[in-house]
Design a protein around this ligand. Structure first.
Ligand SMILES: Nc1ncnc2c1ncn2[C@@H]1O[C@H](COP(=O)(O)OP(=O)(O)OP(=O)(O)O)[C@@H](O)[C@H]1O
Ligand SMILES: [Mg+2]
Length: 243
């Protein structure tokens, strides 16, 4: 498979109250590679969130196509119900501020999310545990969000995202509220996850220190992609030491 998502000439305009128009995306062409960690970087207002929300079928562009390769459909034209299904089955989202349920433990947060997928009870319990182990939280399964650090809470959100085995995870500024070592640990976890699973991750960040860990970095400037950098990691299992 050459790519998992393809954006063709995607434009997004926002109408503002005073009648003016913001051209947030101006003809984006992009092919997201499978089993890679891709970063969308760029200054505040460059269009990162707008783009990731369109790629993840949360929003529809003003014009242009987005194709998800499992079926060659233009997903921007699919009915809402089909887009909901696609999101629920194939995609997952991780956001800057972690939306965990504060009265539930880490385990319960993940297991609860899996109920929406209609996974049978036994499998749900297993998957929830496995996912938390995979993000290194086996010792925190029975902690509530208030009893965990910010980085641990973000890892619960990541466990929840991987628990239903999505094809792709979209993460908008997942490290923005973390200090740099913790943010870096989340990035390393993302990289390990794409290496060890049939998984693709697309994330946004401002943080320039995170770029090297990604496989591909797209730079957005004022609604256009101004640069695409492919990082060659000689050894896919190399230890990253420049933390
Ligand atoms: N709902 C909206 N209505 C009007 N303008 C919007 C809306 N959402 C975004 N914009 C504008 O579109 C442009 C791109 O916004 P976007 O949120 O995608 O930027 P960003 O790169 O994610 O920025 P940040 O790093 O601050 O999160 C900005 O100029 C913003 O003001
Ligand atoms: Mg944003």
């Amino acid at each position: 498979m050459e790519h998992i998502i393809e954006a063709n000439n995607v434009c997004m305009d926002f109408q503002i109250g005073d009648g003016s128009v913001v051209h947030a995306l101006k003809g984006i062409n992009l092919q997201i590679q499978p089993n890679k960690l891709s970063i969308l970087r760029g200054r505040s207002g460059s269009g990162k969130t707008t783009l990731i929300n369109i790629l993840g079928a949360l929003d529809r562009p003003t014009s242009g196509q987005v194709k998800f390769v499992t079926d060659d459909n233009d997903i921007t034209k699919l009915p809402d119900a089909a887009r909901d299904m696609l999101r629920r089955n194939e995609m997952a989202f991780v956001f800057q501020s972690v939306a965990l349920i504060s009265t539930m433990t880490a385990f319960e947060n993940v297991e609860f999310a899996l109920r929406l997928t209609k996974m049978p009870y036994k499998e749900r319990i297993e998957r929830a545990k496995q996912s938390l182990v995979q993000v290194g939280l086996e010792k925190r399964m029975h902690h509530r969000p208030g009893e965990m650090s910010g980085g641990e809470q973000q890892r619960v959100a990541i466990a929840r995202a991987i628990s239903h085995s999505p094809k792709i995870i979209f993460a908008d500024e997942p490290t923005a509220e973390l200090d740099s070592p913790t943010g870096f640990a989340v990035m390393k976890l993302f990289r390990d996850l794409v290496r060890q699973n049939d998984l693709t991750i697309v994330m946004t960040t401002h943080d320039t220190s995170m770029m090297e860990i990604a496989d591909i970095v797209y730079t957005l400037e004022d609604g256009v992609i101004s640069d695409t950098t492919i990082n060659k990691h000689d050894d896919e299992n190399e230890e990253v030491t420049d933390a």
